[in-house]
Design a protein around this ligand. Structure first.
Ligand code: CUA
Length: 166
């Protein structure tokens, strides 16, 4: 009996148990993700709305990307990302401004991270991602694409210029 067992190609008891444990863990994780997104409504941070990536560059707010002043010290910045630029590449606001960024992509997945701020977005075609930042110190705040988006990825950057007010 014991000899036959040793020669069989059956799975070891401990190995089988551990396979079972990993399977249970995977099922629990998948269930947690499914329940989180479908029942509790968890999603990507900063998702604002959906757009059609084929037309977003020609109609709506992103047809004319850039800065809009919506009140004293309050701005909206619409940024269109494509391989391998942000449009516009440069935004200038007076010190103390609060800027809400709306960013989308016309092609592949990009990212947008503005140095020294909380703005760190996934930029996904079809989605508008949004986050706000208040710029209390004058200076240059570079932003970069944080998602490898192709051969020109490393050249995809821009800057927010926060100007001292006289
Ligand atoms: Cu866009 Cu990397």
């Amino acid at each position: 009996m014991s000899d036959r067992r040793r020669l069989s190609l059956g799975i070891d008891r401990f190995e089988r148990n551990w396979m079972l444990v990993s399977l249970v863990v995977l099922v629990v994780f998948a269930a947690a993700v499914a329940i989180g997104s479908l029942v509790s409504g968890f999603g990507l941070p900063g998702v604002h709305s959906r757009v059609d990536p084929r037309t977003v560059a020609s109609e709506g707010e992103f047809a004319n990307p850039g800065l809009r002043e919506i009140g004293p010290g309050e701005y909206q910045a619409y940024l269109l990302s494509r391989q391998f630029v942000f449009e516009p590449r440069e935004i200038a606001v007076p010190v103390g401004s609060t800027v809400t960024f709306y960013v989308t992509s016309v092609d592949v997945q990009h990212g947008m991270k503005i140095q020294d701020t909380n703005v760190n977005l996934q930029v996904i075609p079809g989605h508008v991602s949004t986050l706000s930042a208040t710029f209390d110190r004058p200076g240059i705040y570079p932003f970069i694409c944080t998602e490898f988006c192709g051969l020109g990825h490393q050249g995809m950057f821009g800057q927010v210029i926060v100007e001292e007010t006289g």
